[in-house]
Design a protein around this ligand. Structure first.
Ligand code: SME
Length: 179
């Protein structure tokens, strides 16, 4: 095996070793997810690749979700970034919908029933609940992480804490201004 393919093989091994047991209790699940994220991002500086892999990890780890992904701040709009799920609306003005409201307030939003959230933007009609975590780099808004579920009240305070930690770990691995 060449030195290059040996390095690649080692990296792939460590990524697959990071497989997450989705049946774990939430505390343990989010601890494993954080460790897996660190393992997947280690040594990689490409912003788009890191966002794409972060999103794939979430899709693998979180049960009972139908969409997860990133919206990136471009001027006064959030623009669709790497995601897993059905094609979604591309542009969301800051202040609109769940994503835009979380971005404007710069705080996470847990929405147990999207149908009663004023201005909710329905990208996938099967979504019933949603969590949005703003992405802040040294206090500067860079975008949001959005996760949707077909189940009512799928997300709670432990999900909020786990996903806030996930975003905090991700932030230094992405050159947001180059995206
Ligand atoms: N429901 C979101 C829009 C994004 S999609 O769910 C992927 C909102 O109201 O902001």
């Amino acid at each position: 095996m060449s030195p290059q393919s040996s390095v690649l093989s080692h990296k792939m091994d460590s990524m697959f070793a990071a497989g997450i047991d989705t049946t774990l209790p939430k505390g343990a699940l989010y601890r494993d997810l954080a460790a897996s994220l660190e393992s997947v991002l280690a040594g990689e500086t490409d912003a788009l690749a890191n966002l794409a892999n972060a999103c794939a990890l979430l899709a693998e780890a979180l049960a009972r979700i139908n969409w997860c992904g990133f919206y990136l701040l471009r001027g006064e709009e959030l623009v669709l970034g790497p995601f897993q799920g059905k094609p979604a609306c591309v542009r969301i003005p800051v202040g609109k919908g769940v994503c835009g409201t979380a971005a404007a307030r710069r705080e996470p939003l847990v929405v147990p029933d999207v149908n009663v959230f004023p201005g909710h933007i329905a990208c996938d009609a099967t979504s019933r609940s949603e969590i949005v975590v703003p992405i802040l780099e040294n206090g500067v808004l860079r975008g949001v992480l959005d996760v949707d579920s077909p189940e009512l009240a799928r997300f709670d305070d432990m999900d909020r804490a786990g996903l806030e930690k996930f975003v905090a770990l991700l932030v230094p691995f992405v050159h947001w201004r180059n995206l």
